[in-house]
Design a protein around this ligand. Structure first.
Ligand SMILES: Cc1ncc(C[n+]2csc(CCOP(=O)(O)OP(=O)(O)O)c2C)c(N)n1
Ligand SMILES: [Mg+2]
Length: 892
């Protein structure tokens, strides 16, 4: 094991080792730890120079990082805090047990909080500062599965009623209940951060801490010593997102960030690292990433044993055991511990000779000892220059005894039998008699009890209650008509893409008096792809250290300008990290009381497809802001092939209820959507966010054809009616994004070559149309006696004659899902299938979405209706140059 401290290397005499240790001790005593560290460093260098190949290890011994002599005095009333914690333990357990008695299998977790209670209570009583008018407060990400403990505490604090606790996981009961996990969507006055999809919260916490610095560096909030605390499980660290950004945290010197990893050595199925040591593994990962690592492994009961052990035998022994063995030890008798742990060396046995078996059994782990946890937290908040991770050893299901303590099944434990309940009650001294306790009532001491008084006083001293969510930003005032006006006027023939149009709007928004400072452009190393490099110079790229080098392109107009007050978050190649920044920015209206407006622009294929779970969490968190899917459209993004060309994201946006998804074709549509989005989110305070796809095909942007704003926002409007409304052959064509141009070309071909007069509609949002349609259906079903409501699609097409054909750069399912509210059959063209590395024209031929295929689809619909002859179709296929035997893109 690489953390061993060997006492007898290669036959070396104990006495020699002893001398070295003693001289180090004396340096430590006379000159302090810095000098001792300096000497060791010099020794290491000296050894290297002399050819000694020192093995690399990022580990320290398997011992507490804060030595007893540096342990601060515990400032609280330990006995009272223990009693309060016991009551919270009881109520947290009661909540889950009761819920599962009422409704079998409703779920809930007992053992996670049971293991973490001390970690939280020390935080609540001494560290977590609430948000107040004077102080922004600490930000705490609670481990999702520990939520019963947070509810139980809020119950003691008088913030949640017994009724609410009774309805844990039964939120739809009269009077409301409590959500299973932290969900701001469901409990918007309580929870701030959804944490239960494991791995998301550690990454979000890192970017939150970084965003706090960004706001400070840009002068948008005062610099404070507020901390971001993230509580996570040791099993959770296997999620790639958990450790995925830890080097950003150290690079940015985020000493406002503290991770607390509850190392109970277990996850759901069993041990996290039965054959290894998760704590040492995490220590080396975090130390390697230059975090400040504080291990809290052993409780105070161990201190005298360590003190007796002058040879370092104990710490050596501790480093030898694998986690599977440790898991067994913590649930074993004192005699077993003596034999199997201390029994490996007679000298170790001697160390614990004076101790009874019972006192050996009672040797606590560090994470269950408030004094040790306090010492670690204090060291963490005082630490400067890097983020801190606390690795705290605990027992999963602590206190559950036979009902699950340390057992592999404990994660799933939701029911306790009568004996187990009585035992738990007795162990934690809950004042309930044998009879009452098996009913598992919630227990709250009287308001004037010392427990409640103490708990309240502690929270008062720390500024109020945590967690608590409130919207602290004032709504925006302006309408921004002036700002967006120019984009309604078209490009006067100049060919621009919708991406360029958007960047133009962004540039203008950045200069606006009201929102200019609030706009936060976020890009994952793709700004040049989107033509945003001009913003580098004007807005600057945020860097906490400014720019320490002269950029290679300094002599150019658009040089790469990094600045401490830079506005752009250029995150590098991390969509997950960029999304986490976007979330921090888009929830700052609550977290900081600042209406920052994120515009996160990325390669659309790497958005919903890659980081959908973060977007889901953002939606739960009531994030406000804009996601921009750049280079979107499976046939519009040419050349890039199957892994880049996005025909999916609008389908993947469907499930997120409060995401408004738009596939605009023209600059004015984007302007209308963004202006309205800012109003809805930042003026009217709606909990929605926007997904807008922008494309890279340049074409002339037309002016807005009359007042079609309402249609743009609701999902469709007639863009260009047929020239000859009296023609016999009629059609309605629907297009979205860049494919609308293909539809317009088809309109011309149909009119000039086939005598078909077609109206062209721009469909800006199939999702909006779909939601409106299902809402009308639902209302009609529930109100059969009242005048039926018609979906917006139906209203739009009420008098629209002819056959119906839709084409987009996305899956055919989008138009299909609204077709039932259309007056007649719909033919849908779309880009189902894998993309290809090809040019735009070939791609549109391959996916059958170009003007020729739209023309053919229209003629075919007319043929099916008996309006044109077969021969017209045959001729059209020939004239349009369509290969009828081409491969089917869906399956090729
Ligand atoms: C992404 C994700 N995958 C799986 C789960 C299901 N799950 C919930 S708790 C849990 C085990 C948690 O173990 P650990 O992180 O060690 O936390 P502990 O309860 O031991 O403190 C799992 C697998 C989840 N919530 N999220
Ligand atoms: Mg665990």
């Amino acid at each position: 094991m690489d953390n061993e401290i060997s006492t007898q290397p290669h036959g070396m005499e104990d006495v020699e080792i002893q001398e070295w240790l003693e001289s180090l001790d004396s340096v430590l005593e006379s000159s302090g730890p810095e000098v001792a560290a300096e000497i060791l460093e010099r020794l290491r260098a000296h050894a290297t120079v002399n050819g000694i190949d020192l093995p690399f290890s990022a580990n320290t011994p398997y011992a507490n990082t804060v030595p007893v002599r540096l342990q601060p005095l515990f400032p609280g009333d330990q006995e009272l805090e223990r009693r309060i914690k016991s009551l919270i333990r009881w109520n947290a357990l009661a909540m889950v047990v009761r819920a599962n008695r009422v409704e079998h299998n409703i779920g809930g977790h007992i053992s996670t909080y049971a293991s973490a209670a001390t970690l939280y209570e020390v935080g609540f009583n001494h560290f977590f500062r609430a948000r107040t008018d004077e102080f922004e407060g600490d930000t705490v990400y609670f481990q999702g599965h520990a939520s019963p403990g947070m509810y139980a505490r809020a119950f003691l604090e008088g913030r949640l009623s017994a009724q609410k606790l009774e309805n844990f996981r039964r939120e739809l009961k009269p009077g409301g209940g409590l959500s299973s996990y932290p969900h701001p969507w469901l409990m918007p006055d309580f929870w701030e951060f959804p944490t239960v999809s494991m791995g998301l919260s550690p990454l979000m916490a890192i970017y939150q801490a970084r965003y706090n610095r960004y706001l400070e560096d840009r002068g948008m909030k005062p610099a404070t010593d507020a901390k971001v605390w993230a509580f996570l499980g040791d099993g959770e660290t296997d999620e790639p997102e958990s450790l995925g950004a830890i080097t950003l945290a150290s690079r940015e010197k985020l000493d406002n960030l503290i991770f607390v990893i509850n190392c109970n050595l277990q996850r759901l199925d069993g041990p996290v690292r039965g054959n290894g040591q998760i704590i040492q593994e995490l220590e080396s990962a975090f130390r390697g990433a230059r975090w400040n690592v504080i291990k809290v492994l052993w409780g105070s009961e161990w201190d005298p044993i360590f003190e007796r052990d002058t040879e370092g035998l104990l710490v050596k022994r501790m480093g030898e055991l694998v986690d599977g063995e440790y898991q067994k030890l913590v649930v074993s008798s004192g005699a077993y511990v003596r034999e199997h742990f201390f029994g490996s060396d007679p000298r170790l046995l001697q160390l614990v000779e004076p101790m009874s078996d019972e006192s050996l059994r009672r040797l606590r782990l560090g994470g269950h000892d408030p004094r040790k946890v306090y010492a670690a937290y204090k060291a963490a908040v005082d630490h400067k220059g890097s983020p801190t991770v606390i690795l705290a050893r605990t027992i999963k299901g602590y206190g559950l005894g036979e009902a699950g303590e340390g057992k592999n099944v404990t994660h799933q434990q939701k029911k306790l039998n009568e004996d187990e309940l009585r035992e738990f009650r007795s162990r934690f001294g809950i004042p309930l008699n044998d009879e009452d306790c098996i009913e598992v009532p919630f227990y709250r001491p009287a308001e004037d009890s010392v427990e409640i008084q103490y708990l309240r006083a502690r929270r008062e001293a720390l500024g109020g209650y945590v967690p608590k969510r409130s919207i602290r930003a004032k709504p925006l005032a302006a309408d921004h008509d002036e700002l967006f006006k120019e984009f309604l006027e078209g490009s006067e023939g100049r060919e621009v893409s919708t991406t360029m149009a958007f960047v133009g709007m962004l540039r203008k928004m950045l200069k606006d008096a009201e929102i200019g400072k609030l706009v936060v452009p976020i890009v994952p190393d793709e700004a040049r792809t989107f033509g945003m490099e001009s913003l580098f110079r004007t807005a600057g790229i945020y860097s906490s250290v400014g720019q320490k080098y002269e950029p290679v392109d300094v002599n150019t107009l658009l040089y790469y300008k990094e600045a401490k007050d830079g506005q752009i978050l250029e995150e590098g190649i991390t969509e997950a990290g960029s999304m986490a920044s976007c979330i921090a920015a888009g929830t700052a209206y609550a977290t900081h009381g600042i209406n920052t407006i994120p515009f996160f622009i990325y390669y659309s294929m790497f958005g919903f497809q890659r980081i959908a779970d973060f977007i889901w969490a953002a939606a739960d968190m009531r994030m406000r802001g804009f996601l921009l899917g750049g280079t979107s459209g499976r046939t519009t993004l040419a050349g890039e092939g199957l892994q880049h060309q996005d025909g999916n994201s609008h389908v993947l946006a469907l499930p997120v209820p409060n995401v408004k998804a738009y596939d605009p074709a023209f600059a004015y549509e984007i302007a209308v959507i963004i202006q309205d989005g800012i109003r809805r989110m930042y003026k009217d305070g709606e909990s929605v966010l926007y997904y807008i796809t922008v494309m890279n095909e340049p074409y002339a942007m037309p002016p807005m054809p009359g007042d079609v704003k309402d249609g743009i926002l609701r999902g469709m409007y007639r863009f260009r009616p047929a020239a000859n409304g009296k023609a016999k052959l009629r059609a309605q064509l629907f297009g979205s994004g860049a494919i609308l141009n293909e539809v317009l070309r088809a309109q011309e071909i149909l009119e000039s070559k086939y005598g078909v007069a077609a109206d062209v509609w721009s469909v800006t949002s199939y999702k909006e149309l779909y939601n409106d349609g299902i809402e009308s259906e639902r209302w009609n079903r529930l109100h059969p006696g009242e005048k039926a409501r018609a979906p917006y699609v139906t209203i739009c097409l009420a008098d629209a004659p002819g056959v119906l054909v839709a084409a987009s750069d996305y899956l055919k399912t989008l138009p299909n899902m609204i077709s039932k509210w259309m007056p007649r059959r719909l033919a849908s063209l779309g880009t189902d299938g894998f993309g290809r590395s090809e040019g735009r024209a070939s791609l549109r031929d391959f996916f059958e979405v170009d003007s020729r295929f739209i023309t053919l689809a229209t003629l075919h619909e007319l043929f099916v209706d008996g309006k044109v002859e077969r021969s017209v179709l045959d001729k059209a296929i020939k004239d349009l140059g369509i290969n009828a035997d081409k491969p089917n893109p869906v399956v090729s």
